[in-house]
Design a protein around this ligand. Structure first.
Ligand SMILES: *[C@@H]1O[C@H](CO)[C@@H](O)[C@H](O)[C@H]1NC(C)=O
Ligand SMILES: *[C@@H]1O[C@H](CO)[C@@H](O)[C@H](O)[C@H]1NC(C)=O
Ligand SMILES: *[C@@H]1O[C@H](CO)[C@@H](O)[C@H](O)[C@H]1NC(C)=O
Ligand SMILES: *[C@@H]1O[C@H](CO)[C@@H](O)[C@H](O)[C@H]1NC(C)=O
Ligand SMILES: *[C@@H]1O[C@H](CO)[C@@H](O)[C@H](O)[C@H]1NC(C)=O
Ligand SMILES: *[C@@H]1O[C@H](CO)[C@@H](O)[C@H](O)[C@H]1NC(C)=O
Ligand SMILES: *[C@@H]1O[C@H](CO)[C@@H](O)[C@H](O)[C@H]1NC(C)=O
Ligand SMILES: *[C@@H]1O[C@H](CO)[C@@H](O)[C@H](O)[C@H]1NC(C)=O
Length: 448
């Protein structure tokens, strides 16, 4: 639960079947997604240098330590999806535009560096944390990142697991410099001719993007392979521009909007936490990552991560690096790895897989093969190690209608409408004659 408390707020905007959505704008909990600096939708003039929608695109982009995206061009910086132009020297003390490149470092082994933002200009690099310049900067790039050239085009951090080790990918002219301080040699030079030159680059939600003017493509940070089928326009995905974007019509539909607005109080169909600690909440064919606030909050369609899934799910649980989805009378299983891979031979019937016909909610606790399923006010245990699987004796719980359930190292959470109930363990759930004090899902899981 604590995990969610520090998370900052932003609001989903829109997203697309291509798997790109908008980097969110963060603000105070009651901002409902407005930019905490300025917002002015009417500020739109394609030839105005202070227009975030101008044809030039951006010279640099980065997330900061709060998960806010910053877009740099010439003397200006825009903050968040709808940010108004501000002079770089007003919001980034000690720095004046134009800047060449920027990124947010990923270095969990050195917590004092982790999440710092680095901004490059000419031969020097500036560093910022929590909105303040880090003392001792600017420093020569040649000292801070030995082997990396001056006058860069773009830079983006690459996380361990996505690259071999925590690295930074620098772009200059037709060349790419991969800086991995723990490898030998620490700087490797590449030419990614298919990708071409990038004016800006950013990692966002485990994906890597290269920008050329307002165009952008997604790329593989190891091979440089281009992963998007065609050039996309930044103004449809990364910044709000009048008459552009794909969400405007859909946003007028209140049902759709409340599904995707994590703060709407609308019930979730399922919550689940996998073996890698990734926690998801599911609603109406969309999901939210609950554990990684640093990239903002977003609703994604299910098939963005679980490619064969669509539509609402009834319940989700994890066991032995597999994620089980129950939709109606079917079970679909995905192997939990860096990406999720569907297990062959599924969907299978719920009856065949678990010996059940219907469930409202289900959970497994970490390192346990005991699956608990809830239907109405009945709880049953299924030992996942046994074949065939046979549900145990039905036991009565004090809840009659549970939307979903999850168990992690903190205990068991039962979700009902906009609230949840926390129990330390199954024993406490079974013996409780009264509900514990409800918690607010929006507040405690989504930082609304
Ligand atoms: C996901 O599903 C939507 C709607 O069903 C579809 O338009 C889209 O192409 C799918 N995306 C992927 C990556 O399969
Ligand atoms: C937005 O910008 C327009 C034109 O620059 C200005 O007239 C208007 O007052 C601004 N609105 C807000 C809320 O700042
Ligand atoms: C757009 O911006 C340019 C440069 O600031 C200005 O000269 C022009 O009048 C603006 N056009 C409109 C329609 O506001
Ligand atoms: C900030 O930058 C702008 C544009 O480069 C410049 O006009 C202004 O004087 C600068 N302000 C300060 C305080 O340096
Ligand atoms: C990339 O930059 C290099 C060096 O500036 C230039 O020679 C090359 O033509 C550029 N490539 C493209 C596709 O623009
Ligand atoms: C962006 O893409 C459009 C359409 O493919 C193309 O006409 C334009 O030249 C591209 N701009 C840049 C800077 O690559
Ligand atoms: C509103 O959105 C929901 C969820 O996407 C969809 O099922 C419904 O058909 C939409 N209604 C209208 C009137 O577009
Ligand atoms: C949960 O908290 C939100 C934000 O403070 C509030 O609007 C909502 O009414 C609360 N829901 C419940 C059920 O208390």
């Amino acid at each position: 639960m604590k995990m969610a408390r520090h998370l900052a707020v932003s609001v989903f905007i829109c997203l697309l079947s291509l798997g790109v959505s908008y980097p969110l704008i963060k603000g105070k909990p009651d901002d409902k997604g407005s930019n905490r600096l300025h917002i002015n939708e009417t500020n739109t003039n394609a030839t105005d240098p202070a227009d975030r929608c101008a044809e030039e695109g951006f010279g640099a982009m980065t997330l900061d330590d709060q998960g806010v995206m910053h877009y740099f061009r010439d003397s200006f910086v825009w903050t968040g999806f709808r940010g108004k132009a501000q002079y770089i020297n007003e919001t980034w003390p000690g720095l004046t535009g134009p800047v060449d490149a920027a990124f947010r470092i990923h270095n969990k082994e050195q917590p004092q560096l982790h999440q710092r933002t680095y901004v490059f200009k000419g031969s020097r690099v500036w560093s910022f944390f929590e909105g303040r310049p880090v003392s001792g900067y600017p420093r020569p790039i040649s000292q801070e990142f030995p082997g990396v050239p001056d006058n860069l085009d773009a830079a983006v951090e690459c996380h361990s697991g996505e690259c071999k080790t925590d690295s930074v990918i620098f772009f200059k002219g037709g060349k790419v410099y991969i800086y991995s301080p723990h490898e030998v040699p620490p700087v490797k030079e590449r030419r990614w001719s298919a990708l071409g030159n990038c004016t800006a680059a950013v990692r966002w939600l485990e994906r890597y993007y290269c920008f050329k003017g307002t165009n952008f493509t997604r790329f593989d940070p190891v091979s440089g392979e281009v992963l998007s089928p065609r050039l996309l326009d930044t103004r449809d995905y990364f910044v709000s521009c009048p008459g552009r974007g794909h969400g405007e019509a859909a946003m007028r539909n209140a049902t759709f909007a409340s599904i995707k607005n994590r703060c709407s109080g609308r019930p979730f169909e399922a919550f689940s936490s996998d073996d890698k600690g990734r926690t998801y909440a599911f609603r109406g064919g969309w999901y939210f990552r609950v554990d990684s606030s640093k990239d903002g909050w977003h609703a994604w369609p299910l098939n963005h991560t679980w490619r064969t899934l669509q539509g609402p799910v009834d319940t989700v649980f994890n066991w032995e690096n597999k994620m089980y989805f129950i939709q109606g009378s079917q079970v679909i299983i995905y192997l939990t790895d860096q990406i999720y891979v569907p297990v062959l031979g599924y969907p299978k019937s719920l009856q065949e897989e678990l010996g059940l016909t219907e469930v409202d909610a289900a959970f497994t606790c970490p390192l346990s093969s005991e699956l608990y399923v809830i239907k109405g006010n009945k709880l049953q245990m299924v030992d996942l190690k046994k074949t065939p699987r046979v549900p145990g004796e039905e036991k009565v719980i004090a809840h009659t209608q549970v939307d979903s359930a999850m168990c992690n190292t903190h205990g068991i959470y039962l979700f009902q409408g906009p609230v949840y109930y926390h129990y330390l363990n199954v024993g406490q759930l079974l013996t409780a004659s009264q509900w514990p004090k409800p918690g607010n899902i929006s507040v405690n899981f989504f930082d609304c």
